[in-house]
Design a protein around this ligand. Structure first.
Ligand code: ZN
Length: 406
């Protein structure tokens, strides 16, 4: 497999010109390929090396989120034009030999937060060791699982028109509550923008409007779909000549929802890709957002313990078919259950964010309650996690926990 883009994890991201951290139509293509080509793309971790493999969560607390995500690319595909579909086959995903570890952060409420930030407002960190396909952590004993490695973030460059649409609608949302912590959305932030190989003057202007990489949007982007693993195939709308495919935020494993926000097992890694084009595919198939075809490879967990949540919140307040509330309550129910077996709340929260946990909208019509479910594979625990007449028993020695800020 030829390496099209290589990165050195020990080089400062600002010195790497094959990466960028904003979406803008004018980010210059770093490399061109032809339909049918197969190639390797290396990626640094999403924070660009801001998090260390140690036992202090200070780096998670002060992480500069205006610098993320660092993406490798953009890659041009000869013949791709606006309105086409760019077909991207993910042939393989792997760990970089020089960076064989991963991390999970619970972000502090005042710096990013997470899905359960009202319950877990402080910065915490878990570091992960990779044993082949399995991940285990000195910060979370009692659990080990097979990863489904995938890019959290992948997509094509937007057109100017699409970029303007994003900026307009997100600013309007932000303005409804500009003081909110965490913020309602991440607006353009020129100071830490990395516009790839753009010339300084052009880059300065583009940085003012370059879209942040935080949300998923029409082009895909930060979708955090855990099943986008090797063997899957994605169909991306093309908006600019050549497509401009960029990617990063590689995860060793993730639970549906990536609930701690830095919730997957984050790592540097590589993607082996094969690309092709479906001419005028956007109109032919009525595509607005990317679609993907699943992989024949996935961990074969068969026994799940499934937690339900309904749209009634922690205080007993009734909501109308609100899946956001329902999924939160399913997560909280799961955490409370896992705590009975000796996990701390932070450990349980991190397990839900990282293990191959399946999240579903199970019911969305039975007024007034939506029903969300969260399915945890029981085989990821090295002791029995199922309910029994004997009651819950601690499955591992006490003591370890996620790193705190020292
Ligand atoms: Zn990520």
């Amino acid at each position: 497999m030829d390496t099209l883009i290589s990165v050195d994890v020990s080089t400062a991201p600002s010195k790497l010109d094959v990466i960028h951290n904003r979406w803008h139509p004018d980010v210059p293509i770093v490399s061109w390929v032809k339909p049918g080509d197969e190639f390797r793309v290396e990626c640094i971790d999403w924070t660009g090396g801001q998090i260390a493999n140690d036992d202090d969560a200070k780096d998670v607390k002060i992480v500069d989120l205006t610098k993320v995500h660092y993406l490798s690319g953009p890659i041009g595909v000869h013949g791709a034009e606006p309105g086409d579909l760019l077909v991207v086959e993910i042939l393989d995903v792997g760990v970089l030999p020089k960076s064989q570890w991963g991390f999970t952060g619970i972000f502090a409420k005042e710096n990013g937060g997470g899905f359960l930030t009202e319950h877990y407002p402080d910065a915490r960190k878990a570091c992960w060791n990779f044993s082949g396909i399995y991940a285990n952590s000195r910060h979370i004993p009692g659990v080990e699982f097979a990863g489904i490695m995938h890019p959290g973030l992948i997509g094509c460059l937007p057109s100017k028109e699409l970029l303007d649409t994003w900026n307009k609608r997100e600013k309007a949302l932000f303005d409804t509550n500009p003081e909110r912590v965490p913020a309602l959305c991440a607006l353009p932030h020129a100071e830490t923008a990395h516009m790839g190989r753009m010339k300084p003057d052009a880059a300065k202007a583009a940085a003012m409007e370059g879209a942040r990489t935080v949300p998923p949007r029409e082009h895909g982007g930060n979708c955090d779909i855990k099943n986008l693993t090797k063997g899957s195939k994605v169909y991306f709308p093309v908006y600019v000549k050549g497509g401009g495919l960029s990617m990063g935020d590689i995860h060793f494993s993730q639970g549906d929802g990536e609930i701690t926000f830095c919730g997957a097992i984050e790592m540097a890694g590589y993607l082996d890709l094969r690309v092709s084009i479906i001419k005028e595919g956007v109109a032919k198939y009525g595509i607005k957002n990317p679609l993907f075809q699943s992989s024949p490879l996935e961990p074969k967990y068969s026994s799940y313990l499934i937690f339900e949540g309904i749209s009634v919140d922690e205080a007993g307040k009734q909501y109308y078919l609100d899946v956001h509330v329902a999924y939160r309550m399913a997560c909280l129910n799961a955490i409370e259950y896992l705590e009975k077996f000796g996990f701390t709340g932070a450990q349980a929260y991190a397990i839900l964010g990282t293990a191959p946990v399946e999240g579903r909208i199970s019911g969305i019509v039975d007024i007034p309650n939506a029903c969300a479910t969260l399915a945890i594979p029981t085989e990821i625990f090295n002791f029995d996690i199922k309910p029994s007449a004997a009651g819950p028993k601690r499955g591992f020695p006490a003591g370890a926990d996620l790193a705190v800020v020292k």
